[in-house]
Structures are given as C-alpha cells and as structure tokens.
Design a protein around this ligand. Sequence first.
Ligand SMILES: N[C@@H](CCC(=O)N[C@@H](CS)C(=O)NCC(=O)O)C(=O)O
Length: 196
Amino acid sequence: MLTLFHAPRSRSSRIVWLLEELGAPYQLRYVSIRYGDGSGDGPDPANPHPDAKVPALRDDAALVTESAAVATYVADRFPAAALAPAIGDADRGAYLTWLSWIEGEFGPAIFARMASPDGPAPAAFAAALRRLDAALAAGPFLLGERFSAADVMLGGTLGWARHLLPQDGAIAAYAARLAARPAFARAAARDAVPVA
Ligand SMILES: N[C@@H](CCC(=O)N[C@@H](CS)C(=O)NCC(=O)O)C(=O)O
C-alpha cells in the first residue's frame, strides 16, 4: 500500500489526482506544512520528507520525494493505467521532458510572474506560455492524443495559477478539459483534511 504524505492545496494535491487517475490503492497521511503565505505549521515530525515538504511517498521501504520523481514513480508503478509511456516507447522522451519541464521551467516561470504580476510578463513566463500554446495546438494533450501523468502535473499547476494565465485560448481550454475529469473531482474531495 502506498502512503502519500499530503497537505491540502499544495504540490501534493496533484499527486492525489494522479493516484486517482491511476486507480492506485493508496492512503493519505495529512501533514502540516508552512505555506508560502506564512500560514500553517511546520515542520511536522510525522513527515518523512528530508525537508519536511510535500509530496512525500512511501512504498514499503522506499521513500520518494520531489514532485517529478513521485509522478514518474507512481505512473510507472501502475502500468495498466497507461499514463506513462514505457521505456522504449517513442513517446517516453517527450513525456520525461514534459515532467521535468513542468517542475524545472514552468513552475519557476509562474513564480517569476507572481513576483511581478503587473506590467510586461517576465521573459521566462512569456516563453513558457508560447511553448505550451505550441504544444497544445497539436493537442488535446501534451503528447497529442495520449493523456499522461504529465497532463496531471501540468493541470494541477495551471489550476492554482489560473489568475495569472490567459482566460481564453488553447491553455485555458486545456485546463478546463483537465479539470472536468472525474478523477480531478475525486481528488478535490479528498484534498482537505476530513472533518471528524
Ligand atoms: N521541489 C519540491 C518542492 C516541494 C515544496 O516546496 N512543497 C511545498 C508545498 S507546495 C512545501 O512542502 N512547503 C513547506 C516548506 O517549505 O516548509 C517538489 O517539487 O516536490
């Protein structure tokens, strides 16, 4: 049984969504973190993440952290769901590229825009949107017709950053398409700590 160490409205929310898409058996362990706005309590001694962040995933003795690694790990772990092109598949390279790009390039570009929300967009943010627009022109998903874990990771980021993004066009339509998925709704229902 997988255990996901999770905090509501955080990077681990995307992993809840991905586990729902995969149909994976998992349990959630809610941990407290210090959010970027200063709210919340951290570090939580129950969190095995070396930096007390989320997501952290336990699979028996294995501990996996870093969002792209966790997404890669769980999507490969449940191959029947076909959300990760296998090693040797022609789409594997593009898939890994997107997973890394979302965390390594797109996330920082979003934070650059958040730091400077008015006026011209930072070059990295504008470039990231151009790249997504170009990819989605061939859509409906990052790998064309093929939905993958990379779409979940990007969809989660687009969701919390929607106020910074174009309100219409290919990116907005893509974000709406992803948010309409049943697994997204199931994950949203599990995101917050259940009220006892
Ligand atoms: N590089 C990590 C970043 C994880 C991260 O910063 N998570 C935030 C929540 S979105 C967190 O746990 N913050 C608590 C803290 O910084 O103490 C990843 O991609 O998983």
